[in-house]
Structure formats: C-alpha cells, structure tokens
Design a protein around this ligand. Structure first.
Ligand code: PHE
Length: 450
C-alpha cells in the first residue's frame, strides 16, 4: 500500500487535472474524425447520448471506487471484493487496465508527436527555414520516431516529478487558452466558402444511420476514450481526491468540459474539411470514404491556416502548441496508471518505474511505426473500441454488484451531507448496477451480430 500518497491540493486542481486527462487528442483528433467518417450528425447525436447516459455514470464508478480506496486500480478493486475469487478477478481487471493504458499511450505518443512536429514546422517557417519546415510535416519513419521519442521523453519527465508538482501544475495552465483558440477558429472557418456544407453534415442527422451497429460501437468507444475511462486513469485521479469534495459534481464538471470541447472541435474540423474540398484538396475517395482518416486534421487544418495569410503561421503555431500540451496532460495520466501500480505494489522507486515502463511503451510505439499500415489502426480499435468499454463494464460491475452497498452509500455521503435529497443518490446506485452493464452488453452483442 501507499505510504505518502499525494492529494490534490484543491478542487480546482482536481478538476483541471481530470479535465486535462480527458481533453486531448480524443476530442480534437479522435472525435471529429470519427464523426466525419460515420455520418456526421448521426454520430454526434449517438455520442452525446452515450456520453451522458453511459460514460458519466461509468466515470463516477471509477472516481468513487478510487476515492474510497485511495490506492491504485488493483488494490482498489481487491479492497472492495468480499472474497478471494472476486479479488482475483479484480487484480486481473486492474492489470488489464494497465496494459490497455500502456497500449493507448503507444499510439497516442505517435499522434501527439505529429502535433509537436506541426507546431515546430510553423516556427521554422516563421524563422525562414523552409526546408526544415517541410520535412517536419512530411510523413516519414524518422520524423515519426523522433517526435514520438520526444513526446514520450516529456511525458516521462513530468511523471517522475510526482503527483502535485507534476500533474497539477501542468494541467491548470493552458486549457482555457485551447478552448478560446478553438472558438476563434470556429468563427473564422464559418466565414469561408464551403463551410456551410460541413455544418450541414455535422448538424442534420440521418436518423437511420444512428441505429447502425458500427456507428454505435464507434461512438461508445469515442466517448470512453475521450473521458479516459476503462483503464483506471480516473480511478487513480479519484484516489487523489480529498474526502471533503463532492464527487458527483466534480465528475459532472469534467464530463461537461470534455464533451463541450469535442463538440466545439467538430464545429471546426467538419467545416474545415469542406473548405479544403472547396479549395481543391482531395478529401474523399471515389466511394465517398475519407482518404486518410488518421491524418485528416493534419491536412485540413493546415489548409485552413494557409487561407489566413501571414497570421496563419502564428495561428498554426499556437493551435499545435496548445494541442501538444493538451496531449501531454492526457499522456501523463495514462502513464500514471502502470506507474502507480508498480510503485505501490512492488515497492519500486517512482523514477525507476517511470523510466522502465515509459521505455517499454516507446519500444511498442517503435514497433507500431515500423508496421504502421497494419498495427496503427489495429491497436487503436482493440484498445479504444473494445477494451475501454469492456473494462468500463467491469468497473460498473464492481461498483454495482461486488462492492457492499452500504459502503458505497457511505462513500457518496462524504463531502456532501445533503446527498440523500438529490437525484444522484436515488438513481446512480441502481443505474450503475443494471442499466450501464446492460447497455454496454447490448451494444457489443448488436455489433457482433450486426
Ligand atoms: N481522454 C484522452 C483524450 O481524449 C485519452 C485518454 C484515454 C487519456 C485513456 C487517459 C486514458 O485524448
């Protein structure tokens, strides 16, 4: 067990850190790209429904278990298990979460590296270094490797500094700036020719598509990925929250911030796609699919910035800089999952654990880069589309069925003496027990059969 565990020094610190974990590539790269390739508005609709009805209650399961245990995922699930068999399942679930978090980081560091490279490319252009700038944005193994390593190195250094100094300091800083930049870009893009087509795609749902199993499972994965669920990240963040805080409200704030940023990013990326199309950039194949799904925003956003004349370079630099920071506050929360477990369960020093685990993940990223065509998409769909919702299902089962009901109610009373009058108290305990697991199962069955 932990000896000197850190705690968030303030409510603001927690909300910023948890929102920092939630807001990242999932919002600005993942969600808009998925929306663009899955029928736009239909995807947005299903995503919103699932985010509030499923992801928020699942987030609460993780936060509440975490705060109760004040420990890493494995110890937390063991602590609330009444018998040896359930303790074993808990250990397995916790370890699976840590493997999935590490695998997510292995592709995440690659995409985040592209963000850093694009940021530096604008800086290089500003300095008149045209050749370097071009190299930085051209897709190649060496560039991808260098920037993945750079990004992993940054993540590792921050995580070795520990909870308070590391996470809190970084998270509280640049998110408001990211949101403002996004909103300014949305206003700008909407003034351009072609943007209206993108807006239509994003806002006018084709209700038939909303029922497609493929779309629903993609939206479920996107919601879980975006809120950092199913791997133990939020459980660990919950474990650093003091007993004086009102968790359902804090979790609600994190959900709202996260979902809003994704939705705003959609208002930028989909119109920007059609502006690019209008300017003669190829976006779709003959069959109407997206040409390069993974790198979509790296084509359409630079195209958008190039319509701004000289200021475009500064805007581009700012945008990719803020995105790199947003990715960093997410990646540190991923690395914290295996690290917290290793330190607390095996008594290894933080510094050693961070470098060992971070190094191993960088090796996996390198393997992905060497086999990009096959591995990149595969790792993304195995982790985000299947593993995260399935592990989220397990956390709901632990909160709803395994954990003693009286203890969970007692945990809910902490920091909120009037909780028994509220809706959360009346609904959530049975909701997380019956409704969440059933919906997740139903979505999986439908996608297997459909
Ligand atoms: N939520 C993060 C994002 O949207 C990704 C993430 C997933 C972070 C899982 C931690 C754990 O970018």
């Amino acid at each position: 067990m932990a000896t000197a565990r850190g705690e968030f020094t303030s409510r603001f610190g927690f909300v910023m850190a948890a929102a920092g974990s939630a807001v990242g590539l999932g919002n600005i790269w993942g969600f808009p790209t998925q929306a663009a390739s899955n029928g736009g508005a239909a995807f947005l609709l299903v995503y919103l429904i699932l985010a509030f009805t499923l992801a928020y209650p699942a987030l609460m399961a993780e936060l509440i278990i975490g705060r109760h245990a004040h420990a890493n995922t494995v110890s937390a699930l063991r602590l609330i298990s009444p018998n040896a068999a359930l303790r074993t399942v808990g250990t397995t679930t916790g370890i699976a979460g840590f493997v999935v978090a590490s695998l997510i980081l292995s592709f995440y560091a690659i995409v985040a590296g592209w963000m850093v490279a694009h940021c530096l490319s604008s800086a290089a252009l500003l300095l008149g270094m045209d050749g370097a700038s071009e190299w930085l944005v051209s897709f190649g193994f060496v560039r991808n490797l260098i920037f993945m390593l750079l990004f992993m190195g940054l993540t590792i250094s921050i995580i070795s500094a520990g909870v308070r100094e590391g996470i809190e300091r970084w998270s509280a800083r640049l998110m408001p700036a990211l949101l403002l930049t996004l909103m300014a870009l949305v206003i700008y893009v909407l003034t351009l020719d072609g943007a209206a087509d993108g807006l239509k795609v994003y806002l006018l749902p084709d209700f038939e598509r909303a029922l497609e199993p493929k779309l629903i499972i993609a939206a479920l994965g996107a919601a879980f990925f975006s809120l950092s669920l199913g791997v133990g990240t939020m459980l660990i963040y919950g474990s650093y929250v003091s007993d004086k805080e009102n968790l359902p409200v804090l979790g609600g704030m994190v959900t709202l911030v996260d979902i809003s940023i994704a939705v705003v990013a959609g208002f930028l990326v989909l119109p920007a796609m059609y502006v690019a199309l209008n300017n003669g950039v190829e976006i779709f194949t003959d069959t109407g699919a997206l040409i390069s799904e993974d790198t979509l925003i790296f084509t359409v956003l630079p195209e958008l910035f190039s319509t701004m004349g000289a200021t475009g370079l500064i805007v581009s630099f700012t945008f990719f800089f803020l995105m790199s920071i947003a990715a960093l506050t997410s990646s540190i929360s991923m690395l914290e999952v295996p690290v917290a477990y290793t330190i607390e369960e095996h008594g290894i020093k933080r510094h050693t654990a961070v470098w060992m685990i971070g190094g191993a993940i960088a090796l996996v990223s390198t393997a992905i880069l060497l086999n990009f065509g096959t591995l990149f998409g595969l790792v993304i769909s195995v982790t985000t589309r299947y593993s995260q919702p399935l592990l989220g299902f397990m956390f709901c089962i632990y909160a709803g069925w395994v954990w003693n009901r009286n203890s969970i109610l007692q945990e809910l009373r902490k920091g909120n003496p009037e909780v028994e009058q509220g809706l959360f108290w009346k609904v959530w305990p049975w909701y997380v027990k019956f409704v969440c697991p059933l919906i997740i199962l139903a979505i999986f069955l439908q996608s297997l059969l459909g």
